[in-house]
Design a binder for this molecule. Sequence first.
Ligand code: FDA
Length: 304
Amino acid sequence: MLRSTLLYLARQGWLRHWIETSSVSRRLTSRFIAGRTLEEGIRAADQLSKDRILSTLDHLGENVTSLEEAARSCDSYLAALQSIERHGLGATVSVKLTQLGLDLSEEVCLRNVSALVERARAMNSRIEVDMESSAHTDRTLWLVSELHTRFGGHVRAVIQAYLHRSEEDIRRLSAAGIAVRLCKGAYREPPALAFQLKADVDRNYVKLMKLLLEGGAYPAIASHDEAVIREGLQYVRASGIDPNSFEFQMLYGIRRDLQKKLTSDGFRVRSYVPYGDAWYPYFMRRLAERPANLLFILKNMIRG
Ligand code: FDA
């Protein structure tokens, strides 16, 4: 119930405008958002690198309303890639295709994201293409496949374990040598398309994780779920899988203890570092995943 309410509020423009421009917003969000500017995002990535944690930078934003806005998003990511290279960070960037114009023109979106993958290829990095709601799944996977073919890699798709179609998608992507980030899925989807019970999503996640660890192209296991991660580690050890053939990914500010522990145990961990002004939908999805965060944030605000 609280989860649905938070996901509903995540889509409310009036609330978003009010809260994004409010003076308390920075205190509200600092646990999960690295800052408002690229410099703050880079600083967070630099700080993480001191703990040997890799980063993927996400310039917050989704669903642009004009091609000019999409072009500006593209420029902001080119600037992020340039800054990553300048600072010598082993970082990638994560983009949402709706931020690069997917809902306005597939052709322009492909042109925008191609410019990013080309730049990533030149610096031996990678563009990670986040997965949005199911209305975008087919188009996103098509674009990622196209980019992989054009640029010989340097791109990663995201698959959501809650979707019934995901096993088939993973088999197809792995056969084509396309890297996959596996997550549980953060949107509200109908029963015809997605598992509704957490236990079913978790079971499917474990199944797909093993599939990727066994035959995927440098997969990313993106979860904070300790039970799932434990199963992954057992599988890796039992099957003699090279720890350098995959990475764990977690969100900035979440389970920092686990991020450090996995790194010190010799596994690669990448933190998803969001920055920018348009933080509201991202922040609300994090609250919806764990409504206890609401209490945590309110307590910290009262403490000051
Ligand atoms: P689950 O939700 O079952 O949580 C397991 C445990 O993790 C909780 O008990 C708690 O301890 C901790 N935890 C989880 N979420 C937390 C939170 N918000 N705050 C505090 N603790 C929390 N989704 C998507 O649809 N498209 C995408 O492209 C991506 N990309 C992506 C990248 C990366 C690096 C990550 C880690 C996640 C995503 N996601 C995503 C989000 C993902 O789909 C999912 O909603 C969240 O990761 C939460 O799921 P968990 O696997 O962590 O498990």
